[in-house]
Design a protein around this ligand. Sequence first.
Ligand code: ATP
Ligand code: MG
Length: 223
Amino acid sequence: TGKPEITFSGAKAEQVSFSYGNETILSDVSVTIPENAVVGIVGRSGSGKSTLLKLLMRFWKVQEGSVELSGRSVEEINTKNLRDLESFVTQETQLFHDSIKNNLRIAKLTATDEEIETACKKASVHDFIMTLPKGYDTPVGELGDTLSGGERQRLGLARAFLHDAPFLLLDEPTSNLDSLNEAVILKSLREERAGKTVVLVSHRQSTMRIADTVYSVEHGRMS
Ligand code: ATP
Ligand code: MG
């Protein structure tokens, strides 16, 4: 499309206002996410944290203000470039009817089995997968609803580790995890930090401890 490829050097939301329909969700919100920092975002349920992350991922169109990656408006970045720069974990990990391995591989189509396994170890889900009848080849469809929220969440994290982009956006990545699994994830995040930039939404104090800076959103405003 003629849009130049960019490398990641930080992200920024400036004076962003956003509404779904008539209701204003974010008003005049600014956040700076410097390269190599871990920036936390806290705030009550419904305050607009996920909406802000979705604007950084260009899931929604910017309505007012600006959202920039590497000093460029997200609108100007071509989609493949944007997806290569960002790894994310949303509050709802979407799994499709296929094997665990194929569900993970969408994060990196060229991934070897070994790379998939490494990502699952970082996400503290490898041991669980090994208890399944067909291991990585177990269809998630057969598991259906028996896959717990925490297992799905850890598969979502494994995808993000596998994708291995410079900018990591994590929306409540540990909300469904016990403290043992959380500890493994936090250790992995600390080890992954070199050369990575993280924006992290979490209610858990223990998780937020890895953040260098914490922003707080209240009724759609930064405080
Ligand atoms: P939580 O901590 O519960 O995840 P949050 O801070 O992430 O909350 P958002 O998901 O950003 O909050 O939602 C902010 C507000 O926008 C909420 O009132 C929510 O109901 C509303 N909202 C979110 N997504 C949509 C949507 N797709 N359409 C309409 N309203 C939405
Ligand atoms: Mg949310």
